[in-house]
Design a binder for this molecule. Structure first.
Ligand code: NIG
Ligand code: FE
Length: 402
């Protein structure tokens, strides 16, 4: 159970399952694991009877755009008319519309909104979450988003891991000069480091956004300054971002729906984790959901995520994504559970603290209204959590109607 490193390739099929298990928790930490019979020796002050329910580690959500202003429900009609995602962006909508809204929203309102979304994530069984900036595209607003994420981490029971995504789109004021914009983003990296506002730096490598050479130069500067790297890569056009993620030793390459054969091969032979976001394919109406199956078969480590954001995947429901991963990516239930626990934790640098139930680790645990682990991806679109425990405290219980 407490193996070091993410599960790669066939290891993702090897899920540890205990029947009649009992977990001893002291304060915020797991202190004992055994069977229900053996548990009678423990002197407990409080007991939660799981009544035969499935019990798992808290889910780890490795890729979200948590902090943003406004919403984009009015773009749904454009999507229905078939206007492509990158075309909406080119016309100044999409990400740029959320940039305008985020710049115009106060710190306090952004914080309230982020806490609201975190509450909802918690109800779905998520106990650790990655959060990106990227809707400021200027110094002031990017720092505002990152400070909101930092304060949300202090105020909310969930743990937040922060990523600076200043290179998310080219703002209109730099339309003709992306390189100058990237230089401006590099200039704030020292401040981000000093204030401990982010651990990772991310970039959107895509047609009409940032090229592979621009991304390489930018990420290398971030690496020199001591940040871990992530890349939004090979989402819509196959530009070779998967290869770049591996070349730079990124902790994760995210999306990778149209990764090349060479990219998959390199990923499989690397420590970079593929964070696959099938909710985005679903929401943007793609027929092809990507190559996660081939990645695992080649020996890669995969995590899955909602990509929660106001444009390309508007949901906090990671359980729904587990079903989409089963139905569209053809992942097995065992692979899916690795992808939302241990591998997701490694994809955000938390492999040693989150994603596994083990003695000595923080007690992040979910009790499900489900008889076994196959059931969650199978019964889709609803919330199956019964009780969510974060750091040893119950933070959510399914409300009783009768
Ligand atoms: O991961 N691909 C780029 N960024 C986000 C979408 C952001 C948005 O549309 O607001 C993503 O899909
Ligand atoms: Fe994203």
């Amino acid at each position: 159970m407490d193996k070091k490193g993410p599960a790669k390739g066939v290891e993702m099929s090897d899920l540890t399952v205990w029947n009649n298990a009992a977990i001893g928790i002291k304060e915020d930490t797991v202190v004992w694991l055994g069977s229900t019979e053996e548990a009678s020796i423990l002197e407990a002050t409080q007991t939660i009877d799981a009544k035969g329910r499935l019990v798992t580690p808290g889910l780890v959500e490795p890729h979200t755009h948590l902090v943003f202003g406004g919403s984009r429900e009015r773009e749904m009609a454009l999507k229905q008319q078939g206007v492509p995602y990158l075309e909406i962006l080119k016309q100044g909508g999409g990400i740029l519309s959320t940039v305008r809204a985020t710049r115009a929203t106060s710190y306090g309102d952004l914080l309230e909104k982020a806490l609201f979304h975190l509450d909802r994530m918690a109800t779905y069984g998520i106990t650790t979450v990655e959060a990106k900036s990227g809707y400021g595209l200027d110094r002031e607003t990017e720092l505002k988003q990152l400070r909101v994420a930092k304060e949300a981490n202090e105020k909310h029971p969930l743990d937040i891991v922060s990523t600076f995504l200043g290179a998310h789109a080219i703002p209109p004021e730099y339309k003709e000069n992306p390189e100058a914009f990237l230089n401006e983003m590099v200039e704030i990296l020292d401040e981000i480091k000093q204030e401990e506002l982010a651990e990772f730096v991310d970039i959107f490598t895509e047609t009409g956004v940032f090229s592979v050479p621009e991304s390489r130069r930018y990420l290398m500067k971030a690496k020199e300054k001591g940040f871990g790297l992530k890349i939004h890569a090979d989402e819509i056009d196959p530009l070779g971002g998967t290869e770049l993620a591996v070349e730079l030793g990124a902790v994760s390459g995210d999306h990778l729906a149209v990764a090349s054969d060479e990219g998959i091969e390199k990923l499989a032979n690397s420590d970079t984790i593929g964070v696959i976001l099938p909710g985005t394919s679903f929401y943007l109406g793609k027929e092809d959901y990507g190559r996660a199956r081939e990645m695992i078969d080649a020996g890669a480590a995969i995590a899955i995520s909602t990509d929660f954001n106001p444009g390309s995947s508007v949901t906090e429901n990671l359980q729904l994504i587990m079903s989409i991963a089963a139905l569209k990516l053809k992942l097995s239930p065992e692979e899916i559970w690795h992808a939302v626990t241990v591998n997701a934790a490694y994809a955000i640098g938390r492999g040693d603290v989150a994603g596994t139930i083990a003695v000595g680790r923080k007690a992040d645990i979910v009790l499900w209204d489900a008889p076994n682990y196959l059931y969650i991806p199978y019964h889709y679109g609803v919330n199956h959590t019964n009780t969510v425990i974060k750091n040893g405290k119950v933070i959510y219980e399914r409300p009783a109607i009768r």
